[in-house]
Design a protein. Structure first.
Length: 247
């Protein structure tokens, strides 16, 4: 569970060449870095016009080699069905594995827009990122970290789909670890099914301030191991370095 990280830092700022080289020197060969496109790309008014920047971002991360997979395009809620042609052109123009997170309500209403999106992604082998924030919003508290997370995270229906060999799950959890169990249960079954089908799911687990995210990941790994006894054991010695790897 600790051999991958969601590269949120790249959403807010381009890393320097020196920083990328440092990451490359620190990341084990089997480590996987999900690189989020910077906001100037994912929030561009015209997605195809952002392809040059997307390709420059890809070149910047070349020292990381195959450890970068996939590139994440986290689209804002303003990108809806009317811009699917733009999204298709962006996908066609970017020659690397892609995963896309959508937030427009029309992509969650089981209507024509959602069907068109799913068809586009499935036909091109592009993953639709599964975001599950139900556990987060089930919590009632005045804790500032929780309220901040609830104000920032989308609250949308869950779509447990897999359009490629690398399904992507973002689970935003409750600050009390055991309170996540009923929300994790269907994902444990789904992830186990994906693994048994030969897929390589990427699972990213968050808590409101992420201080307990490593514990939540260990809990998920333990519960998944009960369903899949052949799961490799979690290497405790690798936990701490990976938490700060992208600082």
């Amino acid at each position: 569970m600790f051999n991958t990280v969601e590269g949120n830092t790249t959403l807010y700022a381009w890393p320097s060449d020196d920083k990328v080289q440092r990451w490359a020197s620190q990341m084990p060969d089997d480590f996987r870095f999900c690189a989020k496109f910077p906001r100037e790309i994912s929030q561009a008014e015209n997605l195809p016009a952002a392809l040059d920047a997307a390709q420059a971002f890809q070149r910047l991360l070349q020292p990381l080699g195959r450890r970068v997979t996939p590139f994440w395009l986290q689209l804002p809620a303003s990108v809806g069905p009317a811009r699917l042609a733009e999204l298709a052109a962006f996908i066609e123009g970017f020659a690397a594995p892609l995963a896309i997170e959508v937030r427009h309500p029309a992509f969650f209403d089981k209507g024509d827009g959602e069907r068109a999106l799913n068809r586009l992604l499935r036909d091109r082998g592009v993953e639709r990122i599964c975001l599950d924030s139900r556990a987060l919003f089930s919590c009632r508290s005045s804790d500032p970290a929780l309220l901040h997370a609830q104000s920032k995270k989308p609250r949308l229906p869950v779509r447990p789909v897999a359009f490629s060999d690398s399904p992507q799950l973002r689970f935003v959890g409750h600050p009390q670890l055991e309170a996540n169990d009923p929300f994790l249960a269907p994902w444990l079954d789904k992830v186990a099914d994906w693994i048994e089908a030969g897929k390589t799911p990427h699972v990213y687990l968050h808590t409101p301030d992420n201080h307990r995210a490593p514990e939540l990941a260990m809990r998920f790994h333990h519960l998944l191991s009960e369903r899949l006894p052949g799961m490799p054991a979690l290497a405790a010695v690798r936990q701490a370095p990976q938490l700060s790897l992208l600082d």
